[in-house]
Write a protein that binds this ligand. Sequence first.
Ligand code: SF4
Length: 435
Amino acid sequence: MAAQTLTEKILARHSGKNSVEPGENIWVDVDILMTHDVCGPGTIGVFHQNFGRDAKVWNKEKVVIIPDHYIFTADKMANRNVDVLRAFVKEQGLPHFYDVGSERYKGVCHIALPEEGHTRPGEILLGTDSHTCTAGAFGEFATGIGNTDAGFVMGTGKTWLKVPPTLRFVFNGDLPPYLMAKDLILAVIGDIGCDGATYQAMEFDGDGVYALNIEERMTLCNMAIEAGGKNGIIAADQKTIDFVKSRDKASKPFVVEKSDAGARFAREFVYDVKALRPVVAKPHSPDNRAYVDECKGTKLDRAYIGSCTGGKMTDFRAAAKILAGKEVKIDTFVVPATTEVARTLKTEKLGGKTLEEIFLNAGAKIGEASCAACLGGPSDTFGRLNQAIRCISTTNRNFPGRMGHKQAEVFLASPLTVAASALTGQITDPREYVS
Ligand code: SF4
């Protein structure tokens, strides 16, 4: 049998084959289907239309519904979307619903999924959101699908897909303290472009990747889609296994696999992590890469620390390290990805102060766990860019209008760079604060 990549092995097992080839079209069994308030109503509509008004989802345990996008808003249409989810969950008796206003409310789906034990090595996780690739950090095949495909999965538990070729990105060496996974992935996207991995698996490997904690690995996989990748993936190691076991209340068994020696990669890219410098993506594209020291001094109006890319505890620990005992010069918005992260900000301390106190004392505003302004949203969304201003952000996209106003300019950067820039009101190298 030919040597296979990790992505190929997972897809082969889920299609009942011993091996698959890039380019082959296969049917696979899906382990988890996730949807949220933006795409859930459309998916439910497709499901009802095609399987009948009285149809039941293929497996109640495998459907996860997480409202997270347009949550804390007076917008009637946004609120109606959540009502549609509620009605569907009631009709189907779905157990994995994280409703806003309830004790179970979580926040951003891609961080909520692992926190609530819905991510496991070797599985296939599909979601109606392009950043579903985040879960590849757990050694599984995870990708975003549209409402039509999701409606079909809801009824059958299966989908049809083409096996992607795999690109391999090897990071050697430990990250210096002034760099984060965000710098690595922005460097990769800058090198290969927004279409550089179109319909290809992006496998991250090397001791530099395995030195990263789980949250940082999620940041790497999260932005695979910004290079057009079908999925991002990192083979599970002991850190992954420990995390997954600590979160999966049902203790569902899982399969740990890695790419075979001799597996065929379409291309390999090798990075010496120590040689990298802090990176930004300038407006208006994630591949518009520049080094922070090249755009140092660019005036800013706002800083934003949040989202599935940059709103996890690792991101806030990094930002707090820089903001502790200092004051921001520009409007700075802090948005925890999940309610668990929000609670931890209130308890975890640095230098005798909670992280929440550090942010508030520095003059930042803290919002409720959700996607908030990452995707713009209704005009009353916390942190939304309602004017043509310039923002530096830990989020993952900076296309025109992404965070609100079409003429606003968004620079993407690591939480370290965003925090350093918040203190000066201009793009600032985190090496001035962290060496
Ligand atoms: S935080 Fe942003 S990128 Fe992540 S799921 Fe929400 S809108 Fe999408």
